[in-house]
Unconditional design. Structure first.
Length: 173
């Protein structure tokens, strides 16, 4: 994961719930490659077909509300979403996204400065989201060091795997 992420923007409104991200009828799918075919099937029907790795989601308030299912961020990760930047997040979605290695950036006012298809730059270290098409920007509190480390590792499971491997490789005193 990079601390500066640039990509094409996909815009969504407010109160995007986990059923809009991945419908409940697909919750029996465990293969991420199959799951990603159904991301935003109703809210953005072209997304699963046209999204490219590194694309960014820009949304309004309360992104990821609804159930606490991990399928929603798992499907977004499988499709290669570079980051989700929203005016605000449902807390459980925010944590699930971070745990799966997807930057979830809360930047009030961000939805108002983007239109579909524009390009954005997100600087996690500086705490800034910039619309590369218009030059407009919004600031946000930079993510704390421990969350950046978790994202850089690729998520919570990968971070724990690395830490365990390091412990095994370090000789006991």
């Amino acid at each position: 994961m990079q601390r500066v992420i640039e990509g094409r923007v996909w815009t969504l409104g407010r109160d995007v719930d986990t059923d809009q991200i991945i419908s409940g009828k697909y919750l029996t799918i465990i293969d991420p490659e199959e799951l990603k075919k159904h991301v935003f099937e109703i809210a953005l029907p072209e997304f699963a077909r046209e999204a490219r790795p590194g694309d960014l989601l820009i949304a309004g308030e309360n992104f990821g509300s609804g159930s606490s299912r991990e399928h929603a961020p798992q499907a977004m990760r499988a499709i290669g979403v570079g980051a989700v930047v929203a005016d605000s997040f449902a807390r459980i979605f925010f944590r699930n996204a971070i745990n799966l290695g997807i930057p979830a950036i809360e930047a009030p006012g961000v939805r108002a400065i983007f239109s579909q298809g524009e390009r954005a730059r997100v600087d996690l270290g500086e705490g800034k989201v910039e619309n590369l098409s218009s030059g407009a920007s919004v600031r946000f509190p930079p993510l704390p060091h421990h969350l950046l480390e978790l994202l850089e590792a690729g998520g919570l499971v990968e971070k724990v795997r690395r830490e365990l491997a390091e412990r095994r490789a370090t000789p006991a005193p």
